[in-house]
Write a protein that binds this ligand. Structure first.
Ligand code: NAD
Length: 315
């Protein structure tokens, strides 16, 4: 199989590259990435063809997609706060970028296209758990770009028979998620701060909950989807229905690091939702073989990764 990963130099993309290079059925891997939030070093020692540039560059996509059997579209500006500051930049990268990817897929003869949407599309809809058939209620420009991503995928499936699979990622965490990234996610920031003996910042009272999914589990689902060529025009939640509060997260980090986590409380941020929990029924039905890594083990592996990064840093 020949597979293209857009955004392959980022957190999830580079973990997926690692997972796919271990699959004997995967003959060739290509990555398209403009390195706006990703790093080429994430692909060091990996056997990939790298196409550096923007997914809005149609000629670049034509070269990368030539002869591809499948495309995993992960490239995006993945941040709610950034989209509040600069909505057009998020729209160009995430919505127009997706349209360019789909057009290039059409020109390339219609490879299987798997794409990353986000739980943020549920936004202000208070119903829990979040089932895919609930009405979406975006609370940020970022969420709109992800809803647009799903809508374009569906349209290309129905209009042009493109074989597609849109996933709604929830909170993905694990090795490779940089804590120094301007929009780093909560787990990487807090593990890194704790190991450095610094306090963690809680926006709100810490009772807000998230459905965290370990990045290795996300890659297991994506790999299974690619190898079995799973096609579904309906969005699929990529989370298993867990509900972890930020206060629970702090105690897991304390257990895994053996260190006390000092806390600083601030006001909640606009655009943030209080509870996020997936209904994992559709995911489990489509991918019965994939079992999620338990949260405690995922946090332990993440702590080990951060410690190994610290050891690798020059003094
Ligand atoms: P990331 O920032 O680590 O990776 C995104 C990659 O896309 C980066 O390598 C970046 O350089 C690249 N990129 C951005 N704009 C580009 C463009 N215009 N052209 C080419 N490359 C571009 O983020 P991630 O956490 O790995 O997220 C991957 C995908 O999953 C994104 O689509 C994101 O919106 C989605 N997602 C992630 C989470 C999460 O918890 N990490 C949750 C929901 C959705």
């Amino acid at each position: 199989m020949k597979i293209v990963i857009t955004g392959g130099a980022g957190f999830i993309g580079s973990n997926l590259v690692r997972a796919l290079t271990e699959q004997p059925q995967v003959a060739r891997l290509r990555v398209v990435d403009d390195l706006s939030t990703g790093h080429k070093a994430n692909l060091a020692d990996r056997d990939v063809e790298f196409f550096e540039g923007d997914i809005q560059d149609a000629a670049l996509l034509d070269r990368a997609f030539h002869g591809a059997d499948a495309v995993v579209h992960l490239a995006a500006l993945p941040s709610v706060p950034r989209s509040l500051r600069d909505p057009l930049a998020s729209h160009h990268a995430n919505a127009t970028g997706t349209l360019q990817v789909l057009e290039a897929a059409r020109r390339a003869g219609g490879p299987h296209v798997i794409a990353a949407s986000s739980s943020s599309v549920y936004g202000a809809n208070p119903h829990l758990p979040k089932h895919e058939d609930l009405a979406s209620a975006p609370m940020s420009p970022y969420a709109v770009t992800k809803l647009t991503t799903e809508a374009y995928l569906s349209a290309y499936h129905h209009s042009f028979d493109l074989p597609i699979l849109p996933f709604r990622f929830f909170n993905v965490y694990g090795p490779g998620q940089q804590a120094d990234h301007a929009y780093a996610a909560v787990i990487s920031k807090w593990i890194s701060a704790t190991l450095a003996g610094q306090p963690v910042t809680i926006h709100g009272d810490g009772t807000q909950t998230r459905d965290f999914t370990y990045v290795g589990t996300v890659c297991d689902v994506l790999t299974d989807a690619l190898l079995r060529r799973v096609v579904d025009p309906r969005p699929v939640n990529l989370a298993f229905g867990s509900r972890t509060s930020l206060l629970d997260l702090i105690s897991e980090i304390e257990t895994a690091t053996g260190q006390h986590v000092a806390q600083e409380n601030r006001d909640s941020r606009p655009g943030d939702v209080h509870h996020s929990q997936a209904d994992g029924g559709r995911l489990r039905a489509l991918f019965p073989a994939v079992k999620p890594l338990p949260f405690q083990e995922g946090i332990a592996r993440s702590v080990r990764w951060f410690r190994s990064q610290n050891r690798a840093m020059p003094i």
